[in-house]
Ligand binder design. Structure first.
Ligand SMILES: Cc1cc2nc3c(=O)[nH]c(=O)nc-3n(C[C@H](O)[C@H](O)[C@H](O)COP(=O)(O)OP(=O)(O)OC[C@H]3O[C@@H](n4cnc5c(N)ncnc54)[C@H](O)[C@@H]3O)c2cc1C
Length: 372
């Protein structure tokens, strides 16, 4: 039976970043992806924001990987011609009562080593965004927008000398056999193939709990249950001029960073993502949610009109916690302690996973190298 050194499940930005880091070290790698190309799920269904590292406390892995990933992207992208704009971002206090929230965010972000932060008065916010209503704001100069497709295309290319990309192939079983793993994959024609791999990296996003379960882990007991949380976007058009020029974020909620404005690299304007838990993976955007977007965004964009909003796209977060439960960190765990050496599970890689991806790749590489 064919044997490879490393198998990565999932060709989202995280699986690709891991493959890119592990390539060039004389190991044979295979990436298994159920779709016909890379980045068909969360990695192409997000705000494409390069986060500065403001929102989470210093001791979390996601904070560390976000700030490291951001630094890596700002070095890498201009050098390689990957679209990236250090656009800056405004977090606003819509009402006076939100001012302590943004003051707290500034303190926390400074503890995280985020630079380029400045508290703004009502008038200063108007100077930056004349059509935004706010009692004050926090300017983050280190936030940006990235071409996520360009980043993934680069990572796929960087990995390719040592990596086989098995697109249209779904992992259906994963079993420990002696010192290695036996994997079964099914292609689009229903053909099943078997091979062995010494190391298996589960970067399956929304499918990561299923992959961990088929490897024999009691996912509920391990705290690996995934609760999909959908985020829809509405396009902003027909405003007869720009309603906003930057990323403008309202104060964060318990389960999201809030429905913010997005200005993509082509100048297109969107508002989103919303946040609601779902049972099924369905990316359609419900037109009936227009009113919710309109009412939410009007709080800080008073000139917005209902007819300016049209359904755009959606993404689904692989959350490890339900509404009302405590927020969870990224899980990146070597399963040797569960009797599965060489299996590394990545779960709950929601925002800022795109920003953190290059640093996650490096982090996983260091874990894998310990296993060689
Ligand atoms: C609405 C939204 C907005 C966001 N905004 C931002 C942002 O602005 N900035 C930021 O930094 N982050 C953001 N994120 C987070 C970011 O998009 C994710 O953290 C990142 O894309 C995760 O990448 P991934 O590779 O882990 O997952 P994915 O991109 O979901 O990739 C996982 C892959 O695994 C494959 N797979 C699953 N199961 C199997 C199987 N059994 N066999 C084969 N293949 C399998 C899937 O098909 C998929 O392609 C956002 C996320 C969402 C949902």
């Amino acid at each position: 039976m064919e044997q490879v050194d490393i198998t990565i499940i999932g060709a989202g930005v995280v699986g690709l970043a891991v493959a890119a880091e592990l390539s060039g070290k004389g190991r044979e790698i295979i990436v298994i992806e159920r779709h016909d190309g890379f980045g068909r799920e969360s990695s192409s269904r997000n705000s494409e924001v390069v986060h500065a590292g403001i929102y989470y406390s210093k001791d979390l892995l996601k904070t560390r990987l976000c700030t490291e990933g951001r630094r890596m992207l700002y070095e890498l992208c201009p050098r390689l011609g990957i679209g990236l704009k250090k656009s800056g971002k405004l977090i606003i206090a819509i009402e006076e009562e939100h001012l302590p929230v943004i003051e707290h965010l500034k303190e926390q972000a400074e503890e995280n080593g985020v630079e380029g932060l400045r508290l703004l008065s009502r008038g200063e916010v108007k100077g930056i965004e004349p059509k935004v209503r706010a009692a004050g704001g926090l300017w983050s100069a280190g936030t940006g927008i990235i071409d996520s497709h360009g980043l993934m295309a680069y990572l796929e290319k960087k990995a390719s000398p040592d990596t086989t990309f098995a697109y249209n192939c779904e992992l259906i079983s994963l079993e420990r056999k002696g010192e290695t793993y036996r994997l079964r994959i099914r292609d689009a024609d229903g053909e099943v193939y078997e091979f062995m791999s010494r190391i298996v990296i589960n970067a399956a996003g929304l499918g990561a709990e299923d992959v961990a379960r088929i490897a024999g882990i009691d996912t509920e007991a391990a705290g690996y249950s995934i609760y999909p949380c959908k985020g829809e976007y509405f396009r902003v058009g027909g405003t007869g001029g720009k309603l906003f020029n930057h990323l403008v974020y309202p104060p964060p909620t318990a389960i999201s960073l809030g429905m913010h404005t997005v200005v993509d690299l082509q100048g297109g304007m969107k508002i989103g993502p919303s946040a609601f838990y779902v049972e099924e993976i369905d990316y359609t955007v419900d037109e009936d949610h227009r009113e919710e977007f309109y009412r939410g965004a009007r709080k800080y964009l008073p000139d917005l009109k209902r007819e300016n909003l049209s359904p755009d796209m959606s993404g689904i977060r692989p959350k490890l916690y339900r509404e009302g439960e405590e927020e969870r960190d990224f899980v990146i765990h070597h399963e040797a302690d569960r009797g599965l050496p060489g299996l590394i599970n990545l779960l709950g890689i929601e925002s800022p996973g795109l920003t953190a991806a290059p640093a996650i790749g490096r982090y996983v590489k260091d874990m894998v190298i310990g296993d060689w």
